[in-house]
Design a protein around this ligand. Structure first.
Ligand SMILES: [Ca+2]
Ligand SMILES: [Ca+2]
Ligand SMILES: [Ca+2]
Ligand SMILES: [Ca+2]
Length: 455
């Protein structure tokens, strides 16, 4: 009975919304409609498509340079492994340890060790989200570097030879660490109807990103570049975007690129982090719609730390990302700009400034009564996917291998045929449901082609 009443209100609201629309802005309108679909997910499932893996390297020589790659041996042939560089480093005091984020179906790590002129390569299994490697395991590949007259110069004096140093003239930076990988990218896709049920096309806001973290000679992070590109903004609200770095205090951040602010709802600390937060919160913009003057070009948010921090302490990108759901774009139902409504990934916590008001919580349309960001029908309001491209030699990365944004009002389980199997199996089946690794995974007619960069 209760459900029937809720449905009645939803239908009435949908009709009211449709009639209040200004036809000129109809392409931007989220047409709220109840999905009859229900996902029966196991308790505790968080819809994660990626896993954290800790790489522990123990080195017995005084100096060796490492490059670490991750992949799945089921979906990749050997020639593609080298496109999946995740980080480089020279062990400091005999140890090189990094925490990386890789798709849940990845099962292998490829470790390339370079000691002087000797190169060795080793493949290790990912076991219980860990890889342990000791340099005594290194098998010389018989290859040697082409540079027979290797001269070890360290121009900036950071202890890392020029040929191994990602920034040979900068003593603060020695290596790079990429999330998800040098050529890979992450996708964040949001439904902005929270806490009401949406149509689950996950295109209200979607973006792709790639993070380069800069490491010093001790393999500690000194800062990072968060490069992102908005892929879709099909929302009826002025939605903002930010991410929280859990466990990192605002005072640990030296500087952040100034966010794009237009609604007067965000207060910043002098270092550029959001004021009033326990953890460091980086606001990208308070209204993605208002960043359109910049087009949907790739943008970069630069973050620098006061002191170097280990990658296990800063957490792995995309950290705790969230959408700030704000006022409607329709004049007829405009409200005051607010900061508190945050839409997070499943089972992630709100920031210090996020809350659901009593009024909002008591609404019939509240489908998130436990604040887990998983609806009563089993769907999340946000998805996080990371993936590597299949590189087509001699051309730009093949875009067809990436997750594609759904066409409007298409439920994700229609466009991605095994999304439901994946979710209902608690993530154990069809782990690569979002890819086109195999024939028949996607209904391509229901997916949008990504627009090329508009120059
Ligand atoms: Ca150097
Ligand atoms: Ca350097
Ligand atoms: Ca939607
Ligand atoms: Ca939509």
């Amino acid at each position: 009975m209760k459900k029937t009443i809720i449905n009645f209100f939803k239908i009435t609201f949908t009709i009211a919304l449709l009639y209040s629309c200004n036809p000129s802005s109809i392409e931007d309108i989220e047409q709220v409609s109840e999905t009859s679909d229900v996902l029966l997910i196991p308790a505790g499932f968080d819809f994660s498509t990626h896993q954290k893996v800790t790489i522990n390297i123990v080195e017995n020589a005084a100096y060796a340079k490492y490059d670490v790659y991750a992949y799945s041996d089921e979906t990749l042939d050997d020639s593609e492994i080298l496109d999946r560089l995740i980080f480089s480093g020279v062990p400091s005091n005999g140890v090189l340890k990094q925490t990386i984020n890789v798709p849940t179906y990845y099962n292998k790590v490829y470790i390339r060790r370079n000691e002087g002129l000797n190169v060795s390569t080793t493949v290790k299994d990912i076991v219980n989200q860990e890889v342990n490697f000791n340099s005594s395991e290194a098998q010389s590949s018989g290859k040697s570097t082409s540079n027979k007259n290797l001269v070890n110069t360290d121009t900036d004096g950071d202890g890392i030879f020029d040929q191994d140093d990602a920034a040979p003239f900068d003593p603060q930076i020695a290596f790079e660490y990429f999330t998800p990988s040098k050529n890979g990218r992450g996708i964040l896709a949001f439904e902005d109807s929270w806490p009401a049920t949406g149509d689950y096309d996950f295109n209200d806001i979607s973006l792709r990103y790639n993070v380069t973290t800069f490491l010093n000679a001790d393999n500690l992070a000194v800062g990072f570049d968060f490069k992102y590109k908005i892929l879709s903004n099909r929302a009826g609200n002025y939605n903002g975007l930010g991410f929280e770095m859990e466990g990192i205090a605002p005072s640990q951040i030296e500087s952040v690129t100034e966010p794009i602010l237009t609604l007067d709802i965000i207060n910043l600390n002098p270092n550029g982090t959001e004021a009033g937060q326990d953890n460091a919160v980086i606001i990208v913009t308070d209204a993605i719609r208002n960043t359109r003057n910049n087009g949907f070009h790739e943008m970069t948010v630069k973050v620098k730390f006061v002191n170097p921090i280990s990658t296990s302490d800063i957490g792995v990108a995309p950290f705790n990302p969230f959408l700030i759901k704000n006022l409607s774009v329709h004049d007829s139902i405009v409200g005051p700009a607010v900061r508190h409504r945050e839409v997070h990934l499943p089972n992630m916590k709100r920031t210090s400034l996020g809350l659901i008001t009593t009024d909002e919580a008591n609404q019939n349309s509240n489908e998130d009564p436990f604040g887990t960001y998983i609806s009563e029908s089993g769907y999340p309001w946000a998805l996080s996917i990371i993936e590597d491209p299949i590189i087509v030699r001699g051309t730009r990365p093949s875009r067809t291998s990436y997750f594609k944004v759904l066409k409007d009002t298409i439920n994700i389980s229609e466009g991605y045929k095994f999304f439901k199997n994946w979710a209902e199996s608690g993530g154990s089946e069809y782990k690569d449901w979002y890819s086109n690794n195999r024939q028949g995974y996607r209904n391509e007619a229901l997916l949008q082609e990504e627009k090329e960069e508009e120059d």
